[in-house]
Design a protein around this ligand. Structure first.
Ligand SMILES: NC(=O)c1ccc[n+]([C@@H]2O[C@H](COP(=O)([O-])OP(=O)(O)OC[C@H]3O[C@@H](n4cnc5c(N)ncnc54)[C@H](OP(=O)(O)O)[C@@H]3O)[C@@H](O)[C@H]2O)c1
Length: 162
């Protein structure tokens, strides 16, 4: 399993604390090169939260019949001009790739089961989760901007009074 994070400290934590086999620091650039080094035989599944350069690198590294879950495209949210799609999408044909989007709201019927199972995993320690907490609604915008900049580690939360 290969993870991507911004900065050497977050990369280190992916490897040493979160159980990834290999990690990429996307702020270093050359995503294709880093991914080739991390997964020299290619990848079968890519979970896309980023779009843009990450999606392009993943399509390039996908193996035949690989699958891409399209969850988000955070690298494009602040773009001030239209962002072109990955320029290597044609590779999906020869590789017979599947790209499928999904929305969490389609699966709210499973929320109870998820909460129960995830609570157990968290308690056991088999699922690790972190939070960065901003205090007070007055700092909600700062928290949001920090999240977009990657100043958070884990889920960015706003605490509303006590
Ligand atoms: N499909 C759905 O139902 C659904 C629901 C909720 C959210 N989403 C999507 O899931 C993704 C994660 O959302 P979240 O709310 O959970 O926030 P999150 O995990 O806290 O994600 C924020 C992180 O995105 C990274 N990031 C920001 N700009 C980036 C860039 N240009 N390239 C690469 N990474 C970048 C930063 O990582 P570093 O700290 O490592 O720099 C930042 O910490 C978003 O794309 C969001 O739209 C989808």
């Amino acid at each position: 399993m290969v993870g991507s994070a911004g900065g050497p400290e977050k990369k280190r934590r992916l490897l040493e604390e979160f159980g990834y086999d290999a990690a990429i620091d996307y702020r270093e650039g050359d995503l294709e090169g880093q991914l080739a080094e991390a997964a020299p035989d290619g990848i079968d599944v890519y979970f896309d939260n980023v779009g843009g350069d990450h999606l392009r690198a993943a399509i390039g590294a996908m193996r035949t019949h690989g699958r891409i879950a399209l969850c988000g495209a955070i690298s494009m949210y602040n773009a001030t001009e239209p962002v072109p799609g990955p320029d290597n999408l044609h590779l999906a044909v020869g590789k017979r790739l599947t790209l499928r989007g999904f929305i969490v709201g389609d699966h709210y019927d499973l929320f109870g089961e998820y909460a129960q199972r995830a609570a157990t995993w968290l308690a056991e320690g088999s699922l690790r989760a972190e939070q960065t907490v901003v205090e007070g609604i007055d700092h909600a915008v700062d928290g949001f901007l920090d999240m977009m900049r990657g100043a958070n580690t884990g889920k960015m939360l706003v605490r509303l009074g006590s």
